[in-house]
Design a protein around this ligand. Structure first.
Ligand SMILES: C[S@@+](CC[C@H](N)C(=O)[O-])C[C@H]1O[C@@H](n2cnc3c(N)ncnc32)[C@H](O)[C@@H]1O
Length: 292
């Protein structure tokens, strides 16, 4: 039986996420969404790690060459570019809600097989059965109605084609974010609802399987993808949080300067900093693939 939490009309916590520019709202019941508008800063926060996950994910999919791909929530193009580099596609179309990220992806993807468009994962601007494989990396949890997004991924995929997604293990082993939220909540327990581990609890293997089952996809497989996230020093870890790109940086920038300095020093004392100043953490993503 399908779990009611993915039923139509049910929305994720992202529904009450405020838009960019809501600095100072932490602790007042409004979730600082963070922004998705600065591709360069996004790359230093998540893009550099997202590319490592994309490589493992594509090796796991093992798609034949000359396939038509759709990359939904493509952001700055991390997964799109990895598809071009690894999977010899006939075409890749990247779609994202952020016009700034689409522009960044266009500028940084010089390959005639790649095209990009602004669009919502819940109502893709694509005809039925247009792709051999439809993928989405690190985006599904930000979509207010993820069940609509999975239904759309299935709709645009040809019969017997592949639908596959991955999301960070926010509640578990996405350690760079876990350290952040654990330190933030120790300082501001009232902000517990903002923790991405609390906001996205269903995006582990079991929840992804439920979403896919509900959509009628079959031959499902899931796996954890673990990648190393090695930081040169504490600044290499901390500076991307000052970008406002994404939820945790959005939270960091919603704090007063004094609160942010406290959070920074708390993180410095909690992180496993080696004698040479470097910090080695792990990032886990949960992936699911299935046939349409
Ligand atoms: C963490 S980023 C992931 C980007 C890229 N796939 C990667 O792996 O680096 C999440 C992306 O989801 C996009 N996004 C959020 N909600 C969306 C929606 N409803 N439709 C399309 N894209 C969405 C954001 O604009 C952002 O680019």
């Amino acid at each position: 039986m399908v779990d009611a939490r993915w039923g139509r009309g049910q929305t994720m916590a992202t529904d009450n996420v405020a838009d960019a520019g809501n600095a100072g709202n932490a602790g007042r019941g409004v979730i600082p969404a963070g922004r998705w508008d600065d591709g360069g800063m996004y790359e230093s926060y998540v893009g550099r790690w997202s590319r490592l996950v994309a490589r493992e994910f594509l090796a796991w999919l093992a798609m034949p060459a000359d396939a038509d791909w759709l990359d939904v929530g493509c952001g700055t193009g991390a997964l799109t570019q990895t598809i071009l580099a690894m999977a010899s596609p006939a075409s890749v179309r990247g779609i994202d809600r952020s016009p700034d990220f689409i522009e960044f992806a266009r500028l940084h993807t010089a390959d005639p097989r790649a095209t990009f468009a602004v669009g919502d994962a819940q109502a893709l601007p694509e005809p039925d059965a247009v792709a051999d494989v439809a993928v989405s990396g690190l985006a599904l949890n930000f979509v207010p109605q993820p069940e609509l997004a999975v239904a759309e991924l299935a709709r645009v995929t040809r019969p017997e084609g592949i639908v596959a997604v991955y999301v960070w293990d926010y509640a578990g082993e996405m350690q760079l974010m876990r350290y952040f939220w654990d330190a933030a909540l120790a300082l501001n327990p009232d902000d517990e609802a903002l923790d991405e581990g609390k906001r996205f609890p269903h995006f582990a293997a079991e929840g992804l399987v439920q979403l896919f089952t509900q959509t009628g996809l079959h031959q499902m497989e899931t796996r954890a993808i673990d990648v190393p996230t090695d930081f040169r020093d504490f600044d290499d870890y901390w500076t991307p949080f000052l970008s406002g790109q994404g939820a945790a940086p959005g939270y960091a920038m919603s704090l007063s300067e004094q609160q942010r300095a406290k959070l920074r020093e708390s993180l410095r004392s909690r992180l496993p900093i080696a004698s040479d100043g470097s910090i080695s953490l792990l990032a886990r993503a949960w992936a699911v693939k299935a046939r349409r």
